[in-house]
Design a protein. Structure first.
Length: 767
């Protein structure tokens, strides 16, 4: 664009101004007589331009000058407007927009105008950006630091080709509350941008606008390393822009590598629990890498109203915690208003409202905030927000109202479409869509395709839970979907039922036939029983004096002058603190016979041997059978609860277990976790006897079933429960090693060996 003023306008060049004044003969009368000449001189600067642009300028200038009628320093303002206009007409309108404000600051109008002229000598675009950002810069930095803010742009205008892009980007981005740094930080960033400009001005601009904010978790030295790496490993313009805008995977990986601290992958589970405790509902915590390219995203923590997105790494867990909780509070406070289109909420207002809500609920976080802010947190924060926050707290992250609105609109639209082709509840469809969005898919068309593919790959025709004649308890459990990379909420219904207690002689017959083996196992288990009391000598307190320790103490006192007070005997009762829950597979395949006996009968025999031995040992134990027929009919049959005696009723229940349907292992394990969580024992074991791989109607393929079972076993470990799988499936090696490590599973090559293997395995696990 040609910004050169028309210094000596000819009659031809002034034609548009003459025509404008002729068409509006009353306009000049709106101005005082002394300023009419100045108006004509200012308008003559653009009179040579095409009609529409020049006429807009004429009218804007007239309105600006008319608004100065009552301003005491009007003449001074008009005089300086002529000075700037002589440099470029493009500076006149933004100058007038801020002149009254600057005239109200003592002596600042003169300095402001002089500094604008200095910038204009280097670059007109940057000078224009300076004028346009004046009001915001004055509000954020105050009269004292206002010109210091501008000086940083002037310093880098050193004549490098394209450096004006960097300076202009700084003028605009440095006042963006989401990308704010203090001035020393900006000076460091601009120096680095100047180096990048030697390779690519566009990449340098991208660094100031986007890349710099993405590196907020890096210190100055680490940012410099990140920049040097980018310049060394990227050659073409496209790669440089991709790296320094932090949209390329290489840029994010290098940033994450430089951050010393905690990985999100290691902390996500704990953070999700913290978020759930605050919100009172489950919340996903995911990496923010899937937000690359989203409008307004600068690399910090964020939320789409349903998922909390955090950087892949952070310097420490405390910062991660503050980021996650702040986004939860932000989501809880503003999501509903944002989704309904309330545009009156500024970013700073939303952040401060979230902070107030967060600290009201969890006041102890104040100490964590002060620690992360390193003394920069205002005394009355956030009740009395300061006039400026430069930079804003590191845990605030990004505020993405547009993303919230789009996510809500997409889910509402697709829920309605899904009702036309599927009987799935709307809350299930919502959970599926949220999981897809958390992985980065945001386009409605893409979400719909994924949802359709899911409908086609998994049959959702699981039988409904029928009414049973007996009493039972129902429990809903989540299920892990490998394809979604997330849980399906309340996907399975587990029905806890009592095993039938019809009289039978199966346990009695087994006891009679295996009495010798039972006696052997009991004698072996008797060695596991602890002594009633154990003596601890040379203790600081106890029931009696330890004579040997007392004599030794007196000797030491004579030789060194120091008396050792550990001269007592303490006797502690040792208690074997072990509890175990046995799960017996009742799938239809246990009907098969081996050496003339059903697999089911061999499992029951093994359980009889264990029960007889454990009853004498005194370890609390429970027994449950399990079978499934679809996700709404996962049945678990209570044979013996932990608090029950191993009596005749329990023995009848064990004898009545029969082969039934399938093996939905994930739901079974999750219910077993629920049962064991109610048992206060130092060592809690979950031992599963099964004859085959996890399988059920619409349980997906083998990969799906294996991954869900693996996830359930991992959940057990988080609950301090040690799971162990004993399978008689000779082909189990192909999938068992994927479900659990070898130390937590065993394949019994001959099912008839199960009755002797099980007691040996238990002894090994508990000693």
């Amino acid at each position: 664009m040609n910004y050169q003023a028309c210094k000596n306008p000819t009659a031809k060049n002034l034609r548009s101004l003459s025509e404008f004044l002729r068409d509006h003969p009353q306009l000049l009368t709106r101005l005082p007589a002394g300023s009419q000449d100045i108006y004509v001189r200012l308008c003559s600067l653009i009179a040579h331009m095409r009609s529409r642009r020049s006429r807009n300028f004429f009218m804007q200038t007239l309105n600006a000058m008319e608004s100065l009628k009552e301003v005491p320093s009007r003449d001074e303002i008009l005089k300086k407007a002529l000075l700037l206009g002589a440099t470029s007409w493009s500076l006149v309108i933004p100058y007038f927009a801020n002149a009254k404000t600057m005239a109200g600051q003592d002596g600042l109008l003169e300095e402001w105008t002089r500094f604008t002229l200095r910038l204009a000598e280097r670059d007109i675009d940057v000078a224009g950006a300076f004028l346009e950002q004046t009001a915001e810069a004055l509000a954020q930095h105050g009269p004292e630091e206002f010109l210091s803010w501008g000086e940083l742009a002037l310093e880098i205008l050193n004549g490098n080709q394209g450096i004006w892009r960097v300076a202009k980007a700084y003028m605009e981005e440095s006042l963006n509350g989401e990308r704010d740094f203090d001035l020393p930080r900006w000076q460091h960033l601009l120096n680095l941008a100047g180096s990048i400009c030697n390779c690519s001005p566009h990449a340098a601009e991208a660094f100031v606008r986007k890349g710099s904010h993405t590196c907020r978790l890096l210190n100055d030295e680490e940012v410099q390393q990140w920049v040097l790496k980018g310049m060394a490993e990227n050659q073409c313009e496209e790669d440089l822009v991709g790296y320094f805008s932090a949209t390329s995977a290489k840029a994010r990986e290098q940033r994450d590598y430089l951050i010393s601290g905690v990985k999100l992958s290691e902390a996500a589970g704990t953070l999700a629990l913290i978020c759930e405790a605050y919100l009172g509902r489950p919340i996903r915590v995911r990496s923010n890498e899937s937000l690359a390219g989203v409008q307004g995203f600068g690399g910090g923590a964020a939320t789409d109203g349903r998922t909390v997105f955090l950087p892949p790494k952070a310097p420490d867990f405390v910062l991660f915690k503050l980021m996650a909780l702040h986004q939860c509070a932000l989501l809880d406070q503003t999501a509903l208003r944002l989704i309904t289109g309330d545009k009156s909420i500024s970013h700073t207002t939303a952040h401060l409202a979230a902070e107030r809500a967060l600290l009201t609920t969890m006041p102890g976080l104040r100490q964590d905030m002060e620690k992360v802010a390193q003394g920069q947190l205002p005394p009355h924060y956030p009740q009395e927000p300061p006039l400026k926050m430069s930079p804003p707290p590191l845990w605030w992250g990004d505020f993405l109202p547009v993303l919230m609105q789009e996510a809500n609109a997409a889910i509402t639209q697709l829920q309605q479409k899904a009702q036309e082709i599927s009987d799935l509840p709307t809350e299930v469809v919502e959970a599926l869509l949220e999981a897809m969005m958390a992985k980065g898919q945001r386009e409605v068309a893409g979400l719909w395709k994924q949802l359709n593919d899911l409908f086609e790959s998994i049959e959702f025709d699981s039988p409904e839970a029928e009414d049973l004649d007996e009493d039972y308890e129902a429990f809903n459990y989540w299920e892990w979907d490998k394809n979604l990379g997330d849980y399906k909420i309340d996907w399975c219904l587990v029905r806890q039922r009592m095993a039938k207690d019809d009289p039978n002689d199966i346990v009695a017959a087994t006891r009679e036939a295996r009495q010798g083996l039972i006696n052997l196992i009991r004698s072996q288990f008797a060695r596991l029983k602890p002594e009633r009391f154990r003596k601890y000598r040379a203790q600081p307190y106890g029931d009696n004096l330890d004579i040997d320790a007392l004599i030794q103490s007196l000797v030491e006192m004579r030789t060194s002058g120091w008396l050792n007070e550990n001269v007592y005997v303490r006797r502690d009762k040792r208690v074997r603190d072990v509890a175990v829950l046995f799960l017996l597979d009742q799938s239809g395949s246990t009907e098969e016979e081996v050496a003339g006996r059903r697999v089911m009968d061999l499992q029951k025999e093994a359980m009889v041997l264990m029960a007889e031995a454990l009853d004498s040992l005194g370890d609390p134990f429970g027994i449950m059978g399990f079978s499934s027929e679809g996700r709404f009919r996962v049945d678990m049959f209570m044979v013996k609860d932990f608090w029950e005696e191993y009596d005749q009723t329990v023995q009848y229940r064990l004898g009545n277990l029969q082969p039934l349907h399938f093996t939905r292992m994930g739901a079974v394990v999750r219910h077993a976790i629920h049962q064991l969580d109610q048992v206060p024992a130092a060592i809690r074991l979950l031992i599963i006897l099964t004859d085959g791989r996890p399988y059920d109607s619409e349980y997906g393929n083998l990969d799906y079933a294996v991954e869900d079972t693996k996830k359930a076993l991992m959940e057990a470990k988080k609950h301090q429960i040690s799971p162990f799988i004993i399978t008689t499936d000779k082909k189990g090696a192909s999938y068992l090693k994927r479900i659990s490590p070898q130390t937590q599973s065993i394949i019994v090559p001959r099912v008839e060996l199960l009755p002797t293997v099980l007691p040996n395995m238990y002894r090994r696990l508990t000693t």
